[in-house]
Design a protein around this ligand. Structure first.
Ligand code: URA
Length: 200
């Protein structure tokens, strides 16, 4: 669906939350505590970050990227000198999924009007997708199954780039962790390039 033909009529994040807070389109509505829509200041946000889905902590408090994986992402953007007030944090899915569930495209499609409404309200200058599900949904198709990172895309006129989800570092140790840290550093170089080109 195009950015300009959405059904949501929300003009603010509060109105958007009201529209979506009782959503029952996906099977996990019965086990969630909160529909977690995107958060940030639409007046100052330049970057729309799309992660996967709320985890336990986000589901409890209703704020995206507020648990350990999310805080790790927030710290990384800070380390790379991207101001927090310029970031709008969101997810491909607004609800906590079943434990260990692989995120399905039909679930993302159910949530997409909400994503598009956020884009309409925030009007970001760039989009950064973290992890394969959001990357695939924003790019529509990706070059190969194995590689999805560092793909540049354009979504309804907004430039974007895909990246590995930094929360993977929480599950890695030792040399493996160092390897992933390098990959994430390389992704962030590209994110910063996009930021420098479109946000400054
Ligand atoms: N927290 C979120 O809100 N999204 C993620 O993708 C990871 C952690």
């Amino acid at each position: 669906m195009s950015l300009f033909t959405k059904r949501s009529e929300a003009k603010t994040l509060e109105e958007l939350h009201d529209e979506w807070k009782d959503c029952k389109q996906c099977p996990f509505y019965a086990q969630r505590n909160n529909v977690v829509i995107g958060a940030g200041n639409p007046t100052t946000a330049k970057i729309y970050v799309a992660g996967q889905a709320p985890a336990e902590e986000e589901d409890q408090c209703g704020i995206p990227f507020s648990g350990p994986g999310g805080m790790l992402c927030r710290d990384l953007f800070k380390q790379w000198r991207i101001p927090e007030e310029e970031i709008f944090w969101s997810n491909a899915l607004a609800c906590k999924t079943f434990k260990g569930a692989k995120i399905r495209r039909d679930w993302m499609n159910n949530c997409w009007e909400r994503v598009e409404a956020e884009l309409r309200i925030v009007q970001p200058k760039i989009i950064v997708t973290l992890g394969r599900p959001a990357s695939e949904r924003f790019c529509n198709s990706l070059p190969s199954k194995g590689e999805f990172r560092e793909t540049k895309f354009n979504y309804e006129g907004i430039p974007g780039v895909t990246a590995v989800h930094p929360a993977i570092l929480l599950r890695k140790k030792g040399r493996d962790k160092k390897k992933w840290q390098k990959i994430i550093d390389s992704d962030f170089e590209l994110i910063c390039e996009l930021y420098d080109n479109f946000c400054i």
